[in-house]
Design a protein around this ligand. Structure first.
Ligand SMILES: *Cc1c(COP(=O)(O)O)cnc(C)c1O
Length: 401
C-alpha cells in the first residue's frame, strides 16, 4: 500500500536529520518540467533542483546513456583506467576551452579541489612562502557546505557552531573592483567568485566587474577562479556566465547540470600550467570520474550544445522577466537575473518569500525562496512558452491579492 504525502513527510522527519525545511510537497514522479505527488497532483518545477535539472527531469537520452552504461561497467575507481573517462575530460575541456580537467562528484568537492590546485600553484609557481597563500572571495557567496568552504562564508547560520575554521581567505564585498584591488597583496593566490550569486539572491554584479577583475588578476599574477556550478551550462543564457564579460577565467568549476539531473558529476578545468602542480597521490575521489558519471556527463553536455540550451534560456528568460516586470504589486521591489536564473525581490512586508512560495505550491508551481525576500525562478531550460504562461498566470494570481 502506498503512503500519503503526510505519512511520508512524518517518516522522513522521524528518521532524517533536520537540516532542511522543505516545502510541504512530496515528489513521487517527474517528467520534463513537471512533477507529481503521491495523490496525483501535478506541479510545474520552477527550481530545477537549484539548476541541476537544466535538461528537464528524466531526459530520455540521458537515461538511455545511463542505463546502457550500467549494462557494461559503472565503477572502476581511478586505481584503473576506464574506457569512458577520456570522453568526459575531452568534452569538458572543449566546452570550457581549457587543457585539463579534474573530475569530482559534488559541487563542494569541486570547489575544494579548485582551492587545493590554487594553493599548490601559489607555492610551486608563484613562489608564495609555504602556508601563506591567500584566496580572496566575495561576500554573500555560496560555494558549498564543507568546513573549509563555510570558513569563508558570510552567512552566520552556515558557520555558527562549526568552527574552528580554515584560515587563508579574505572576503570582499561582491562586485567591488576597488576593494578587490586593495585586497590583493604579494601572497594573493586567487580571486574566487560566482559570476552571478545564486543562493545569495540572484545578485548580478555591476557591468564589467568580471572583466575588470580579470585584468587586475593578470596584472598581479593572481588566478581568477569562477564557480559556475549554478550559473554554468546554459542557465544564464550563455554556456557560462563569465562569457558576458568576454573573459577567459583561469579556473572554471562546474557541477549541477553536468550530471543531467540523474547523477552527481562535477569538475575543475584549467590549463596545464596550473593543473600540472597536481601529482599522483595529491588528490582523489573514489567515485570521481567513474564510467557511469562519464556517460551521463558527456550526454548532458552534448544535449546542452546540440539543443542550444543557452540560447533557449536567453530567449525564454527575456520573455519571463518581461512578463514578471508587468506585474504591478506594491510588495514587488525588483525583477533581476540573466537567462532563466531570475529573482523576484520583495519589499519587507506581511508576507515573506517563503509565504509566496507556499501559495504558489498550492497553485501547482514549485519554487524556492532565497533569504527572506527573494523568490527564485529557475525552471528547466527546456520549458515551453505554454508552461511559462501557466507559471505566470499563477504568479499573477498570487500577486493580485
Ligand atoms: C550548489 C552550489 C555549490 C555546491 O554544490 P553541491 O553539489 O551542493 O555541493 C557550489 N557553488 C555554487 C555556486 C552552487 O550553486
Amino acid at each position: 500500500m502506498s503512503l500519503t504525502s503526510k505519512e511520508i513527510i512524518e517518516l522522513t522527519n522521524k528518521y532524517g536529520a533536520n537540516n532542511y525545511a522543505p516545502l510541504e510537497v512530496v515528489i513521487q514522479k517527474a517528467e520534463g518540467c513537471w512533477v507529481w505527488d503521491p495523490e496525483g497532483k501535478k506541479y510545474l518545477d520552477m527550481l530545477s533542483s537549484y539548476s541541476a535539472i537544466n535538461h528537464g527531469h528524466r531526459h530520455p537520452e540521458i537515461l538511455k546513456a545511463m542505463i546502457e552504461q550500467t549494462e557494461r561497467v559503472t565503477l572502476t575507481s581511478r586505481a584503473f583506467h576506464n574506457d569512458r573517462l577520456y570522453e568526459l575530460l575531452e568534452k569538458i575541456a572543449k566546452v570550457t576551452k581549457k587543457e585539463k580537467v579534474l573530475p569530482m562528484n559534488s559541487g563542494a568537492e569541486a570547489v575544494e579541489t579548485a582551492l587545493k590546485i590554487i594553493r599548490k600553484w601559489a607555492y610551486l609557481k608563484k613562489g608564495i612562502p609555504e602556508n601563506k597563500a591567500e584566496i580572496i572571495v566575495s561576500g554573500n557567496n555560496f560555494h558549498g557546505r564543507t568546513i573549509t568552504i563555510i570558513s569563508f562564508s558570510t552567512e552566520e547560520q552556515y558557520k555558527k557552531g562549526f568552527g574552528p575554521f580554515t584560515p587563508g581567505f579574505k572576503v570582499i564585498p561582491f562586485g567591488d573592483i576597488k576593494v578587490l584591488e586593495e585586497a590583493i597583496n604579494e601572497n594573493t593566490a586567487a580571486f574566487l567568485t560566482e559570476p552571478i550569486q545564486g543562493e545569495g539572491g540572484i545578485i548580478v554584479p555591476p557591468e564589467g566587474f568580471l572583466k575588470q577583475a580579470k585584468e587586475l588578476c593578470e596584472k598581479h599574477n593572481v588566478l581568477l577562479a569562477v564557480d559556475e556550478i549554478q550559473t554554468g551550462l546554459g542557465r544564464t543564457g550563455k554556456m557560462f556566465a563569465f562569457e558576458y564579460d568576454n573573459i577567459e577565467p583561469d579556473v572554471i568549476i562546474i557541477g549541477k547540470a553536468l550530471g543531467g539531473g540523474v547523477y552527481p558529476v562535477s569538475a575543475v578545468a584549467c590549463n596545464n600550467d596550473i593543473m600540472d602542480v597536481i601529482k599522483p597521490g595529491d588528490h582523489g575521489s573514489t567515485f570521481g570520474g567513474n564510467p557511469l558519471a562519464a556517460a551521463v556527463g558527456v550526454k548532458s553536455l552534448e544535449i546542452i550544445e546540440r539543443d542550444d540550451l543557452p540560447g533557449q534560456a536567453m530567449e525564454k528568460g527575456k520573455y519571463f522577466m518581461d512578463e514578471l516586470r508587468k506585474i504591478d504589486h506594491p510588495q514587488i521591489k525588483e525583477i533581476r537575473g540573466r537567462g532563466l536564473l531570475i529573482g523576484l525581490e520583495l519589499h519587507k512586508g506581511d508576507k515573506n518569500a517563503h509565504d509566496y512560495c507556499e501559495e504558489l505550491r498550492e497553485e501547482g508551481v514549485l519554487c524556492k525562496d532565497t533569504h527572506d525576500t527573494v523568490i527564485r525562478f529557475a525552471p528547466p531550460l527546456v520549458i515551453t512558452k505554454e508552461e511559462m504562461d501557466f507559471a505566470l498566470d499563477k504568479i499573477r494570481k498570487i500577486f493580485s491579492k
